[in-house]
Write a protein that binds this ligand. Sequence first.
Ligand code: DGJ
Length: 739
Amino acid sequence: MSAMNAAMRALFAFLLLLAPTVASAATDGTPPRYLADRRLWVLDGGPVTYVVGVNERDELQHVYWGGRLWRDADLRAAHSMPADDSTEPSTTTTPEEFPGWGGARYFEPCMKVTREDGVRDLVLKYSSYEIAGSDLVIHMKDVAADIDVLLSYRMDPSGILRKQATIRNRTKQVVTVESAQAGAWLLPPGDGYCLSYLAGRWGGETLLVREEIHPGVKLLESRRGVATSNTMNPWFAIDGRERATEEHGRVWFGALAWSGSWRISVEQTPEQQVRVTGGFNTFDFSYPLKPGEALTTPAFFAGYTDGGFGEASRILHRFERTAILPRPGTARPRPVLYNSWEATGFDVNEAGQVALAEKAARLGVERFVIDDGWFGARDSSRAGLGDWTPNPKKFPNGLGPLIARVRQLGMDFGLWVEPEMVNPDSDLYRAHPDWVIGFPGRPRSESRSQLVLNLARDDVKEHVFSVLDVLVAKDDIRFLKWDANRHFSEPGWPERPVAEQRMLWVKYTTNYYEIIDRLRAKHPSLEIESCSSGGGRVDLGILSRTDQAWTSDNTDGFDRLSIQDGFSRAYTPRVMMAWVTDVPNMNERSTPLQYRFLAAMMGSLGIGANLNRWSEQDFAMASRMIAYYKSIRATVQEGDLYRLFSPREDGLTANQYVAADGKQSVVFVFQQAQQFNRPAPTVYLSGLDENALYRIQPIDDKLLERPPVASGGWLAQHGLRFRLRGDFDSSSVLLEKLP
Ligand code: DGJ
């Protein structure tokens, strides 16, 4: 029974408001159900059922996570698991839902504490629960001390379940939290599972890695503070021993909402129990709670499908569009933007930007963005960061005249900022040398000649907020590209007592979120792009407060196919910024302009080329491509993605997008290298209505057979064949459903 007193109800209401790692409210799902006779909670959503229960020892136990169940009578009450080996206590074999580190437990705990009196034992037992709408909160408490945890669950109609925990210290002593995880996800016991995750590096983010899960722990993590990281992204997918494909097979998948140091551990215990635990990174973690204080973990979202990896990402994409991204349902299509970074570097000025803006407008660009170099003494990466006023030599009249011209050309104006950072050679640093992160008297690593402002300090937080507030208000700026080009090193916070200094890992990120939340509240039409040296800040925490994300500094069309393929596993193409730039690019490869356009059109299109160097032919091609993109972008940004050929396997990449209403579909194909006399591959289409007719409109003459109209059945069963010629050839076909 619900044992909710007034204080608990107040806390529950507070928790619902809080959820600090995710900003927007989720849509209502099916309300959770409590089966009192068996002490089970059942959460149903879309294709998924999740069941948790209390066993005879009052431990909270995982019961079921998988395909939707329809019969409550099938569910059995939770029972602790006796170990076969009598030396092993049953606390090691019982699949606990949220184990604290205490008692005889040897796996990754969800929580670990040290009390002021030295006790480090924490044994959490069930205490009470509350259901309000689609939210379930289960209250757990240590067996002896007043340390409690509120586990919050919310099932989305898509079948994505959110877990988040709030740890409260209600004792009279300080309790230092050393591990705070959102929760653990347990798979059906067994072996032979395979883990997919996203790893990489600067210029090569979100590359898909797959490996078999073996006994032991695999750690996915960021220890970098500031950002999610370019090297690993907090997403996982696990398929069973029968192995999933793009369109078939069981897949359990999830993503963590935290843009700082995070961890996801994937563990297979000796009992062949695969457990995925995620939350704050425990490395160097220490968060003291004074009596009465609380700590809320990041939110951890996860889902299940038997429709393979393709369906897993489509579920995530829909969930992100409806429950994570700001302005669900009212967001306008992502505008085609121009960004001057690759064209001009730091060499920006009013005349040069106006010239580029005029050319961009001719192409049909809708938003013009000046990147780095417009402020302070910013002629290179060595100076000026922190001084957010226009450089008087480059913009003698401020940004006003440029902005006015951009608007006159019918475009929206956007500005690059990197407000969390400072160059030692800046007025801000000279005025406030103590505002940066570091250990006094120790060498301090500079990266890109810059230091990190300690956003965890309230005075620094207020400064950054007011700088941005003034900047945005002054010229009514509607778009910020928010960059962060270095991560923590020497993470000291000398102004705080030693025991509190490591709160930096959490407070930095919560204050960063707070700045964005306040800014958006004050400037509701402001849109933000999340960026950190390319794709270093992409996760569900930041995506709940920003409109799009920079995917990678690597804009090479060919490399992008793999980076974007990995990105699309976790994140909707709507937020995936992709620019067309000049060649040769970072890796000295030259791909044709059409190839670069089609690669970029599979996400949110931008142009980053130096338009001053483009020929009339380039302009003509680009204008055509941008017009084509505008005709398909709703399908790309809001539709369902089917990955037909993988850039990792086939020398061919093919992706198909189907509009939410099914009326339009678009196919993109890319060939890596020509092979003499290789037959044209068949591309079988997905997601179409087999009984409907579609008008087939290719952008060029590369289809082997080109019936003007074909049935969905023919397109799916017979498929399309493309005669691609030469290295880096590409094509695209638009399909329109006939009424
Ligand atoms: C890193 C970003 O990823 C680039 O797009 C660009 O904005 C530079 N920073 C500017 O310094």
